[in-house]
Design a protein around this ligand. Structure first.
Ligand code: UDP
Ligand code: MG
Length: 312
C-alpha cells in the first residue's frame, strides 16, 4: 500500500463479481483526479462467487488496493469496521460495491470534509430501488430518528465520509452488533449532509431480504436506545392504571345496580391489574438484562482469514 494516504475508501463486498470491475474502473480515475495519496480497502465478506479472486487480482496490480478476507459472512457493518481498523487516511469514505452510490460523488464529500465537517452524510436524491425497499427504508429512517433522537435524513445511504478522529473513536467501540452511520453520528460534533445521485443495481441482487432488514433494524434500535424496553414498562403501567379504574367502577356499580355476572368481571379487573404489574416487572428486568447484555458481549466480532496488498 502507498504510505500515509490522505483518503481511504472502504468497500464491503459480498457476492459482487459482476460489479467489481466496473466499480474499480470508475473509482480509480476519480481518486487519481483528486491528486492526493489514497488507498482503497475492500473487505470480502465471505463471498461465494469470484469476487475474492477479482479483488486479489486488483490488490496484486495496484499498490493502493488492500483486501481483507473474512472467514465467513459477518455482515456489511462488520466488513466496514474491519476495514476501518486497517485504514490510515485522514478522511475515510464508505461506499457500496454495487455501484448504487456513484464514485463520481466522492469529490463532493471530500470538499465538505475540507470545510471542517467531521462527518459528511448523504441523501439519495432520486432513490432507484424497488417500492418495497423504499418503504422499508422510510420506516427505518422514521423510527430511528424517533428512538435515537439523532437528526439524520437518510440512514441507509452508505456513501459517507468520516474524519480520522471519528474513525478512531469507532475503532474503540467493541459492540457486537452495530449500525455505522448511527455510531458515527454519536461521535460527530459538526456533521453535515449532501445530496447524491443514486442508481439502480445493475448486476447481482440486493443482499437484504426482509428477514435481514428486520434484523438490521433491531440492531439499530437496541444498539442505540433502550426506548423499546421503556415502552414495554410504560405499557405495563398504563394497563395497571386502566384496570384499577375498571375495578373502582365495578365496585361503585355493585352498590348501585348490584353485582354483574357472578363477579366474573371483577375478577377480570383484578387479574388485569396484576397482569399489568407483571408486564411492568418484566419490563424492568428487561431493562437490566439489556444493560448487562451490552456489557457482556465480548466475542470477536469477525474473523479475518488473510489480508492481501497490505505490507506492514
Ligand atoms: N454486503 C456485505 N455483506 C453482507 C451484505 C451486503 O458486505 O452480508 C455489502 C454488499 O456487497 C454491498 C453493500 O454491502 O456492497 C450493500 O449491500 P446491498 O447493495 O445488497 O444493500 P442495499 O443496497 O439493498 O441496501
Ligand atoms: Mg445496494
Amino acid at each position: 500500500m502507498t504510505d500515509k494516504p490522505y483518503i481511504t475508501i472502504v468497500i464491503p463486498v459480498y457476492n459482487e463479481e459482476g460489479n467489481l470491475h466496473s466499480l474499480f474502473d470508475r473509482l480509480y480515475p476519480v481518486m487519481e483526479k483528486i491528486a492526493k495519496p489514497f488507498e482503497i480497502i475492500f473487505t470480502d465478506d465471505g463471498s461465494r462467487d469470484r469476487s475474492l479472486a477479482i479483488l486479489k487480482e486488483l490488490a496484486g496490480k495496484y499498490p493502493e488496493v488492500g483486501v481483507i478476507e473474512f472467514n465467513g459472512n459477518f455482515g456489511q457493518h462488520m466488513a466496514i469496521l474491519a476495514a476501518f481498523e486497517k485504514s490510515s487516511g485522514e478522511i475515510v469514505i464508505t461506499l457500496d460495491a454495487d455501484l448504487q452510490n456513484p464514485p463520481e460523488e466522492i469529490p463532493k464529500l471530500v470538499a465538505k470534509m475540507e470545510q471542517g465537517h467531521d462527518v459528511v452524510g448523504s441523501i439519495r436524491m432520486k432513490r432507484r430501488d424497488t417500492l418495497f425497499r423504499r418503504t422499508a427504508s422510510r420506516l427505518v429512517n422514521m423510527v430511528t430518528r424517533k428512538m435515537t433522537g439523532m437528526q439524520m435524513s437518510d440512514y441507509g445511504c452508505m456513501l459517507r465520509a468520516y474524519n480520522r478522529n471519528v474513525i478512531d473513536n469507532i475503532n474503540r467501540c467493541r459492540e457486537m452488533t452495530t449500525f455505522i452511520p448511527a455510531l458515527a453520528q454519536t461521535f460527530a460534533y459538526n456533521p453535515c449532509e449532501v445530496e447524491v445521485e443514486h442508481s439502480e443495481r445493475t448486476e447481482g441482487e440486493s443482499k437484504y431480504s426482509l428477514y435481514r432488514l428486520v434484523r438490521l433494524n433491531f440492531d439499530l434500535m437496541t444498539g442505540f436506545s433502550v426506548v423499546p424496553l421503556q415502552m414495554f414498562a410504560f405499557f405495563g403501567i398504563i394497563t395497571a392504571l386502566f384496570s384499577l379504574a375498571f375495578a373502582v367502577f365495578l365496585l361503585i356499580r355493585r352498590f348501585i345496580v348490584g353485582a354483574e355476572v357472578e363477579g366474573v368481571f371483577t375478577l377480570f379487573a383484578i387479574l388485569f391489574f396484576f397482569i399489568g404489574i407483571t408486564i411492568f416487572g418484566i419490563g424492568i428486568v428487561g431493562e437490566y438484562v439489556g444493560r448487562v447484555y451490552q456489557e457482556v458481549r465480548k466475542r470477536p466480532r469477525y474473523v479475518i482469514r488473510r489480508t492481501h496488498g497490505f505490507h506492514e
